[in-house]
Write a protein of this length. Structure first.
Length: 520
């Protein structure tokens, strides 16, 4: 396989890896309806044909989620919103192997193992719709590569240092958890990466001087992070013991931290890497790249391989993977009121770094391994594309009901059954946001109530029950009476509204397992 053939195979694998995003109308991501709703509001904040100007205002303060929302909002000037979001997700999926390839080349390693990360672009965090965190992962890998190049490429240190500064700020503007990994990963690279001047350096100052550009490159990001910490943690926490999405005590107090035990984390690690479909078919691409990775490890260990790295530098990539794995096992699951689903998100980053950290094998072995890695993307495209298409057919019920809603609706979502027959995740929990966005209205729950949102409510938050997961706690007189539309899923509306369906409410449509109820 020539270098040209290898490049063609690499590009083809990237196209196949992103193809599932383009073969279905709707994507199975739990939080996606909420994200798209906020972006729609942000983009149309002054649109008088919607409820947005009267209910929402921009939140003019630093939040780590600004990157995703504002980038897709900017793309929305050129493309329809869902298409703009699909372009963004495509950049993320292909960005995972491209970012990893950049890191591998920065470490003087072959880049073909980067293709093994393609299936890891999907899985648990993708299914939950943690798009902000996902988008930060390719940038995190690029940051590590830029840091290494700022240390080792003496003639171009200033250029790499500027790139590092920009990239690190971008990571923070997407998600603070990725930035948190770099707080450990960059010091590890600093202490394990030799610089050209080390051979002739005498004394601490001489050894430190060539490392100064890399240290200066992290200053803007660290300064921005500290500014955010002061703004975020300077506000007194809203402590409401037992209440969903609220702090149950002081930030790091035992009552405010939720932990998973070691055994639970161990049992879930491989599961969360590929857990999208009920039939388990999305595990097959993971098995395929796992087989290639094992072959790469075996051939790298038993063969004469390339040994250009020093005895300590040889462990740099594996060390990064171990650090991400340690965060997965050692961090709490939730810090209530601040960060949710904390430790589990590091599983994909740890797996991606560990799977590519194999010893570098001889060139004649790398070529068939690279081709096998590229070929595995065919399986990924088929499995994920088929599953996404099946979900899209199931989720069309929301589009059908959106067409029956009035303009500027106030939609209460009563989702008693958020489950899908295709995917494992509760992808219908935010269904009301789909109807509200399509018609320029407002659902009963939005991310505008959270401090990481670029938007806030102008006045009182619309009344609703404490958690969108518990619609049975809805009190019609004090909460439901504010709304003129109700999206009910999982039970017949008569069991929710009783005699009100004969007087003030009427069912205007049913599709699949969902009903749309309107006020008369």
């Amino acid at each position: 396989m020539t270098n040209r053939t290898a490049r063609i195979a690499f590009v083809a694998a990237l196209v196949l890896g992103a193809l599932p995003l383009w073969v279905s109308r709707l994507l199975p991501m739990v939080d996606l309806p909420q994200h798209l709703y906020l972006i729609s509001v942000l983009h149309r904040l002054d649109d008088p044909t919607t409820l947005y100007p009267t209910l929402f205002a921009a939140r003019h303060e630093l939040t780590p989620y600004l990157g995703y929302y504002y980038l897709v909002s900017a793309l929305n000037w050129l493309l329809p919103l869902e298409l703009a979001n699909r372009v963004f997700l495509t950049a993320y999926v292909v960005g995972m192997p491209l970012g990893m390839a950049f890191l591998l080349r920065s470490l003087s390693r072959p880049s073909w193992p980067a293709l093994l990360t393609l299936p890891l672009a999907y899985g648990d965090s993708f299914g939950w719709g943690f798009i902000n965190y996902l988008a930060a992962l390719p940038l995190t890998l690029v940051c590590c590569g830029l840091f290494v190049r700022t240390l080792t490429d003496a003639p171009r240190r200033p250029r790499w240092g500027v790139g590092l500064a920009v990239c690190l700020v971008a990571v923070l503007l997407f998600h603070v958890q990725a930035f948190g990994f770099l707080a450990f990963g960059l010091p590890w690279l600093l202490f394990t990466t030799p610089v050209p001047e080390d051979a002739a350096a005498k004394g601490l100052v001489a050894r430190l001087r060539p490392r100064v550009p890399a240290l200066l490159g992290v200053v803007p990001g660290v300064a921005l992070f500290l500014s955010w910490v002061v703004l975020r943690f300077g506000n007194p926490p809203d402590i409401q013991p037992g209440a969903p999405w609220k702090a149950w005590g002081p930030t790091f107090s035992p009552q405010n931290l939720a932990w998973k035990g070691f055994e639970q984390n161990r049992a879930e690690f491989f599961q969360v890497l590929a857990n999208t479909f009920h039939d388990g078919s999305d595990r097959w691409p993971l098995y395929a790249v796992g087989a290639v990775a094992v072959a790469g490890w075996v051939l790298g260990l038993v063969g004469p391989g390339v040994r250009r790295e020093g005895p300590l530098a040889r462990w740099r990539l594996l060390g990064l993977g171990v650090l991400a794995l340690a965060l997965y096992f050692l961090l709490p699951f939730d810090i209530r009121g601040y960060v949710y689903y904390l430790n589990t998100r590091y599983a994909h980053l740890a797996a991606a770094l560990l799977v590519v950290s194999m010893p570098a094998a001889r060139a004649d072995w790398r070529r068939p391994l690279g081709l096998a890695a590229a070929a595995s993307s065919l399986l990924l495209a088929f499995v994920m594309g088929r599953g996404f298409q099946r979900f899209s057919q199931e989720a069309r019920e929301l589009e059908a009901l959106s067409d029956l809603a009035a303009n500027r609706p106030k939609v209460m979502g009563l989702v008693f059954d958020p489950r899908s027959s295709v995917v494992r995740f509760p992808v219908f929990i935010h269904a009301a946001a789909v109807v509200a966005r399509e018609r320029g209205g407002v659902p009963n729950f939005t991310f505008a109530t959270t401090p990481h949102s670029p938007l806030r409510y102008r006045g009182e938050v619309p009344p609703t029950f404490p958690s969108e997961w518990r619609p049975q706690e809805m009190h019609y007189a004090t909460q439901g009476s504010w709304y003129d539309h109700f999206l009910v899923r999982g039970v017949h509306p008569s069991r929710v509204f009783g005699a009100r369906l004969q007087s003030e409410l009427v069912i205007v449509g049913q599709s699949g397992g969902s009903w749309l109820v309107r006020r008369r």
